[in-house]
Design a protein around this ligand. Structure first.
Ligand code: GAL
Length: 371
């Protein structure tokens, strides 16, 4: 873990030890369950245009209904104002708990103040909510580990630890408004940067990435495939002339990887011939098919069913006034406080274990993958 994170962890740990007693958010002192008489849980998802959130929303909604709760599930088309309005409308319904997968984690302070005034508890879902005290818990996958797995995969595939190289690398990062994106990038860059420094990895596009804090220099806002495709087109056209080839692409997730793969295809790269190593995340359907077609090397799978189960359990514990289960009370300082968190393990999936991991677990049917 980089120096910044160690410093951050040290500061937060001190704060946590001061704050933590059993695992309850600091706003519990007055009443562990919301004053709302309703049995309602509000679920705010960022968008339907990025595949996984459709699964997340539908899955959590079904689990909470099965647990006997009413739900209000809203998608915000990746528009921050729309999400704020949706949250305000939910708050007007006086739910017990709000579960929020934020678009821009720094933009929700004012509306969550209104939730706090009504003693509505807030769980940040997958993405941390920043710069406010009015978030009680955070449930996600280990975001730093996602990036670390992508970085380690590249090192192993290229034989970098055995001194192989130099190789041409093109790094990408996620949306600049997504708190997760810096963790993904830092996890990967902490593994890869030593090889960039030693010259075993070269970045022909010349992107300045002197430290993890430079991640926004390669951010793709909104996580869209289109923006990733045009960015890759630009890099290939500008910096890969005279037969120069890209050997490896660090893509933080599958929606970006899909755009990058479309760019490579349009530029004449051929799987099995000169196709580069490409990383991903989320096990989106099109990308798993690309993995089976040797157009993507791996994806970091985050079984969204397990996140839904964990969050529905936390909602239940909050509403019943029980101690809420967390397993990390140091990593995620949102700038105002350390948010008690539950981190789930991400898993690498390659062509060799698509069946055992994604089909045998029921995440996809063999039929859906064309297997
Ligand atoms: C991140 C999320 C990833 C990916 C990305 C784009 O916050 O953790 O799984 O889906 O957003 O939606």
């Amino acid at each position: 873990m980089s120096k910044n994170f160690r410093v951050l962890a040290a500061v937060t740990l001190a704060a946590t030890l001061a704050a933590a007693s059993g695992c309850s958010s600091s706003r519990d002192s007055d009443d562990s369950s919301s004053s709302s008489s309703s049995n309602l849980v509000g679920i705010a998802m960022p968008t339907k245009s990025l595949e996984r959130w459709n699964n997340d929303g539908a899955n959590l909604d079904a689990l909470l209904k099965k647990a006997g709760y009413e739900t209000s599930l809203q998608y915000a088309d990746n528009k921050v104002d729309q999400q704020i309005t949706q949250l305000q409308n939910m708050i007007n319904l006086n739910p017990k708990v709000l579960v929020v997968a934020s678009i821009d984690g720094t933009a929700l302070g004012p509306v969550l103040e209104k939730a706090a005034a009504q003693k509505i508890k807030v769980i940040a879902y997958d993405r941390l909510i920043n710069s406010t005290a009015n978030v009680d818990y955070y449930a996600t996958f280990d975001n730093y580990q996602v990036g670390k797995l992508q970085g380690e995969f590249i090192v192993e595939k290229l034989g970098l630890a055995d001194g192989k190289g130099p190789f041409n690398l093109e790094p990408f990062a996620g949306s600049s408004d997504d708190n997760n994106a810096k963790f993904f990038f830092s996890g990967a860059w902490d593994v890869l940067k030593p090889y960039v420094d030693s010259g075993k990895l070269v970045i022909p596009s010349g992107k300045k990435l002197a430290s993890n804090d430079d991640w926004k220099n390669v951010a793709i806002d909104g996580w869209t495939s289109q923006k990733a495709q045009s960015e890759m087109d630009n890099r290939l056209n500008s910096f890969y002339t005279g037969g120069k080839k890209v050997d490896v692409v660090l893509s933080p997730n599958d929606s970006l990887a899909l755009g990058i793969e479309q760019s490579l295809e349009s530029q004449g790269y051929k799987p099995g011939t000169d196709w580069p190593i490409i990383t991903g995340q989320d096990a989106d359907l099109a990308n798993v098919k690309n993995i089976l077609a040797d157009k993507q090397s791996m994806t970091v799978w985050k079984d969204t069913r397990t996140l839904g189960e964990q969050v529905s359990k936390m909602v239940d514990q909050i509403i019943k006034g029980e101690t809420v289960e967390t397993n990390d009370t140091s990593t995620y300082n949102n700038g105002v406080k350390v948010v008690p968190s539950y981190l789930l393990p991400p898993v690498v999936v390659t062509k060799d274990d698509v069946k055992t991991k994604l089909v045998d677990s029921g995440f996809y049917t063999a039929d859906k993958l064309g297997l």
